[in-house]
Design a protein around this ligand. Structure first.
Ligand SMILES: NC(=O)c1ccc[n+]([C@@H]2O[C@H](COP(=O)([O-])OP(=O)(O)OC[C@H]3O[C@@H](n4cnc5c(N)ncnc54)[C@H](OP(=O)(O)O)[C@@H]3O)[C@@H](O)[C@H]2O)c1
Length: 433
């Protein structure tokens, strides 16, 4: 048998403790599949945790005891964020060692730099745990589907947002109520903005896009919108039209380039992704050879995420190089700006309850060649503070370029009959357009 793979662990939180549990409980399975032992030699973190079994590793609060130990084969970074975590990953890669990380933030913003450090110094970089926790989506894109041209990725990749939208849909809760419940249950942080404003999902989509399309890690260019403005009314009108609202990460390749965007999206109620509820994640991948394939599972949590971390360790222990498929991409593919993207739109237009308003709205849209696919006009008028009766006009449009839709919304907003801000949410059929 080969000598053990010597491991240094940085961080001792949720995922790190999960990793130690998997290495302990599945020791025989890991040894058999890796063809050698995986030995925890050093652990460094901010706080010592005497109750945690370090499997023989020695503890220090000094991260340099891990990064600067020349005897280690692999450093597992499970601290998170871009500060010390990024420093230690850079330092380890400069020493030509292997890094395993679950840190989507550093990959999304510095992935290209980290890969060039791998190229320069001959180390390795593995990050199966960085996207969708227990779902093996990185290996799927870099190995299993590698013979395909990837045409579409559509993912529910933030459990917090999916939990909130599911609660709003199923129990009619408001965004604030569903968020408060998510916080009570530990599904949302005290400061939830990272999740509900779409940043976490954009980090993950950046990584998936880099793997699928060779665009490099361009987090700053991913259009990002969260769910905090989705209302119960939007969800109800979407339902009446046969749709559900999900927070999707979408990446699609077309003749003009690659589009990558994260936003609330109306998807048909019958689509498989519409049935992904609660904190679960799912990713749809459309390959030109396979057609649509769908991956579903827990997107977070100590053990599902640790399963992915240990899979990377076993891969490295066997002598594989998980990052290799990324090294040959030239990253010259153009990323489209959101204004050039085409999608359908759900519009909620608050308008005075007078005859002829719908016709004016329809005319204005048709002047811009925007076709209406479906509409709802409420008969029950709502009264504003000025006592003028108003009704929301709900319109679903055919796919239209974003810049054209924005121009139409600006023009609609100028009409004297429109009494409030027009709400717009993109619509995707996820068919083989
Ligand atoms: N949790 C999940 O379900 C999940 C899923 C997928 C990916 N991830 C990713 O996995 C990584 C770890 O997440 P986690 O949930 O395990 O985080 P966590 O529970 O907050 O653990 C972070 C660990 O790092 C330590 N730490 C923080 N700042 C430090 C510093 N300056 N120096 C030394 N140690 C420091 C913390 O010390 P203390 O013990 O003193 O706080 C803690 O032990 C992140 O990149 C996260 O995005 C997490």
């Amino acid at each position: 048998m080969l000598p053990p793979l010597k491991l240094g662990l940085c961080g001792l939180g949720t995922v790190a403790q999960g990793m130690l549990t998997v290495l302990h409980d599945n020791r025989e399975i890991v040894r058999e599949k890796a063809g050698r032992d995986i030995q925890v030699v050093r652990v460094a973190s901010r706080t010592e945790k005497p109750d945690v079994d370090l499997l023989g590793g020695s503890f220090s609060t000094d991260l340099a005891t891990v990064t600067d130990d020349p005897d280690l084969d692999v450093v597992v970074e499970l601290i998170g964020g871009e500060g010390v975590a990024l420093d230690l990953v850079r330092r380890t890669l400069r020493a030509g060692k292997a890094v395993v990380t679950a840190n989507k933030a550093i990959l999304a913003s510095k992935g290209d730099e980290l890969l060039s450090l791998v190229r320069e110094h001959g180390g390795m970089l593995a990050f199966e745990a960085a996207v969708a926790g227990g779902i093996p989506i990185i290996a799927t894109l870099t190995r299993s589907l590698v013979a395909n041209e990837i045409r579409l990725l559509a993912g529910i990749i933030n459990g917090t947002s999916n939990y909130i939208l599911t609660a709003m849909t199923e129990s009619g809760q408001s965004f604030a109520e569903a968020l408060a419940d998510a916080q009570k249950l530990g599904y949302a942080e005290a400061d939830p903005s990272f999740d509900v404003e779409g940043i976490d999902a954009a980090h993950k989509l950046t990584i998936l896009g880099a793997l699928a399309f060779g665009v490099g890690f361009k987090f700053d260019e991913v259009y990002t919108e969260g769910i905090s403005e989705v209302s119960g009314e939007d969800i109800e009108y979407a339902r009446q039209l046969g749709y559900q609202i999900k927070h999707l990460g979408l990446a699609r390749t077309g003749p003009d380039g690659v589009q990558m965007r994260v936003h609330p999206t109306l998807i048909p109620e019958g689509h498989l992704l519409a049935s992904v509820n609660g904190v679960m994640n799912a990713v749809l991948v459309r390959g030109n050879v396979t057609g649509d394939t769908l991956y579903y599972g827990p997107g977070a949590g100590a053990l599902p995420t640790a399963s992915a971390v240990v899979a990377d360790l076993i891969d490295i222990a066997r002598g594989n190089r998980p990052e290799l498929p990324l090294m040959t991409r030239d990253n010259s593919v153009t990323l489209l700006g959101i204004e050039d993207v085409e999608s359908g739109h759900y519009l909620k237009i608050p308008s005075l309850d007078k005859p002829g308003v719908f016709a004016r709205v329809a005319t204005l849209l048709s002047e811009r060649e925007i076709s209406i696919e479906a509409a709802i006009q409420k008969e029950q008028a709502i009264h504003t503070e000025t006592q003028e009766a108003w009704v929301p006009i709900i319109i679903l449009t055919q796919p239209v370029r974003e810049s054209v839709m924005n121009d139409a919304i600006d023009a609609l907003q100028q009409l004297p009959e429109i009494v409030g801000r027009i709400r717009s949410i993109r619509v995707e059929h996820l068919g083989d357009e």
